[in-house]
Design a protein around this ligand. Structure first.
Ligand SMILES: Cc1cc2nc3c(=O)[nH]c(=O)nc-3n(C[C@H](O)[C@H](O)[C@H](O)COP(=O)(O)OP(=O)(O)OC[C@H]3O[C@@H](n4cnc5c(N)ncnc54)[C@H](O)[C@@H]3O)c2cc1C
Length: 315
């Protein structure tokens, strides 16, 4: 059901300039494609966020948290309900100075991984270098268990604080969450429909003391690798497919199928890294989705391997 007048009025009265209606998601995703969100709200702090989620749940309105929008592909028809952008709140990083079992950082969900990695490097704390160059936020990255072959968010998370759909707060230990390849599942005693899931507010991350100079050197190498092997500054959402089981990565399969440079509209399979689809300028979500289908069916025909998208398709 479209947002009714009462909802629109409540949002406008409560969030004033921090709410926009029919807001193009192409403005808020790294792919730069996608239709409008019925409403997009940028809460200023935790209080506003709790109020919004509580209100939405009470009124049966779906909501979707958004971090940096770097792992989603929004369909052309857009997103029903409320998109809650967290990149301008929940942005603090605090180091626990008296840890009983090693250094620990508490980071808000809206903190960008780039800022978190820089903080850890400055403090001489090891464990986050794998996240260098991943353009996400702490909340989004934990939700999708972002990572590389060198590590993932699930390796460093100790606990998370959640905002539950009805507005209560819950602290959850890592042992209650299930981290797997590019996936995090909520505690097994809970079940949520899309549109009314918990929101990660902050996370405690366990790191290790290390030599600052060595860490910095490693960081430079990791960033250089990324820049050499990925279209890092292009409009994309990173790797489009998960790596399938077996010897070959998704990128290798797509490359072997001769699909590098394949184009539909302005969506193109990157010539640098075959598992990236990039928006060359004016691509639409349909261009990207059609290219995803083409790549998937070609790889299946050639190798009988079904590729699964890593990017979350929403709307
Ligand atoms: C150039 C480039 C390189 C990339 N490299 C990598 C890489 O090496 N490894 C990798 O894993 N990914 C990579 N990515 C993909 C992406 O950056 C990561 O997955 C990132 O962690 C997503 O974080 P985000 O804040 O952008 O999440 P979003 O895209 O905003 O959201 C992702 C999902 O998390 C949910 N979500 C967001 N915030 C919260 C919250 N606070 N609580 C609950 N749910 C939430 C959203 O609803 C959505 O379902 C890359 C992307 C690009 C563009």
């Amino acid at each position: 059901m479209p947002l009714d007048t009462t909802t629109r009025e409540w949002l406008t009265d409560t969030f004033a300039d921090d709410v926009r209606f029919e807001e193009p998601m192409s403005q808020h995703t790294s792919f730069r494609v996608g239709g409008p969100a019925e409403a997009l709200v940028r809460p200023k702090g935790k209080g506003d966020l709790v109020r919004l989620v509580q209100w939405a749940t009470e009124h049966g309105i779906g909501y979707m948290p958004l971090g940096a929008g770097s792992n989603i592909l929004v369909r052309q028809k857009g997103i029903r309900g409320i998109v809650i952008m967290l990149d301008s709140c929940l942005a603090s990083i605090v180091e626990n100075k008296t840890p009983s079992d090693g250094p620990c950082i508490t980071a808000g969900a809206g903190v960008k991984l780039a800022g978190l990695c820089t903080f850890a490097l400055k403090q001489g704390l090891e464990g986050l270098n794998f996240a260098l160059g991943i353009p996400g936020t702490v909340g989004g990255s934990i939700r999708v268990n972002a990572g590389t072959p060198d590590g993932c968010m699930g390796d460093v998370v100790v606990s998370v604080n959640l905002l539950m759909p009805e507005g209560s707060l819950r602290s959850v230990e890592k042992t209650e969450l299930v981290f797997s390849y590019r996936k995090m599942d909520w505690p097994s005693d809970t079940a949520f429909e899309p549109g009314c899931e918990p929101i990660i507010l902050e996370a405690a991350l366990r790191l290790k003391p290390a030599d600052r100079h060595g860490l910095k050197k490693e960081a430079e190498q990791i960033m250089q690798q990324r820049k050499n092997h990925q279209p890092w500054t292009a409009k994309s959402a990173g790797c489009i497919f998960k790596n399938p089981a077996g010897e070959r990565s998704a990128g290798q399969l797509i490359d072997m199928a001769g699909l590098k440079g394949k184009r539909i509209g302005d969506a193109e399979v990157s010539t640098l890294h075959a598992n990236f689809i990039i928006n060359k300028g004016r691509a639409t979500a349909d261009d990207v989705l059609n290219l995803v289908d083409l790549v998937r069916s070609t790889v299946f025909q050639r190798y009988q391997i079904e590729l699964e998208t890593e990017v979350r398709i929403v709307g």
